[in-house]
Design a protein. Structure first.
Length: 169
């Protein structure tokens, strides 16, 4: 069930990242061309570009984390005996889960604190850009829980979960 939820969330995040990058790919060059060649630019473009970049960063981080694209040195971990490897990886995942839970809870506090404030140009609640942090970290936390579960489902002698996921994709 968690795996299905995560696949759906990652798929939605992937689509939103593509849309966000497409928006950035149109807004930033249009703004530069407008500013340097015609002397005009969209007033709202820098603000919207910044918000797109924040969302793309957080959602893209979650998508990359799901695909095992984060930086990791597994050469030492893979040489450990299976029981020790599982314990080391579990400790790492629990540390990640703690950090992500802090990001989610503190991010929610920031969203609530800033939702009544509106952005200066677009006039949307500031909670919307701030929401990228708890949403992205929340997806990463769910993926981390899935990786913890997978850690205990792996065959003895299996490689690190991130390497196993790389061979799938």
């Amino acid at each position: 069930m968690l795996r299905k939820i995560n696949r759906l969330l990652v798929k939605i995040a992937s689509v939103l990242v593509i849309i966000g990058i497409a928006c950035l790919g149109v807004l930033v060059p249009a703004d530069v061309i407008g500013r340097y060649f015609t002397g005009r630019m969209f007033v709202w473009s820098p603000e919207l570009s910044s918000f797109c970049l924040v969302w793309v960063g957080m959602l893209g981080g979650a998508v990359g984390f799901d695909k095992g694209m984060q930086i990791g040195v597994t050469v030492v971990i893979n040489k450990l005996p299976q029981a020790v490897r599982s314990v080391v990886m579990l400790i790492g995942y629990l540390c990640m889960l703690y950090l992500l839970s802090v990001l989610v809870t503190r991010g929610i506090v920031q969203v609530r604190a800033n939702f009544s404030q509106v952005t200066s140009i677009i006039k949307i609640p500031m909670g919307i850009p701030y929401m990228a942090l708890p949403v992205g970290a929340g997806i990463m936390a769910l993926i981390t829980v899935e990786k913890i579960i997978d850690l205990f489902r792996k065959d003895p002698g299996a490689k690190a979960p991130d390497q196993a996921r790389e061979s799938e994709g």
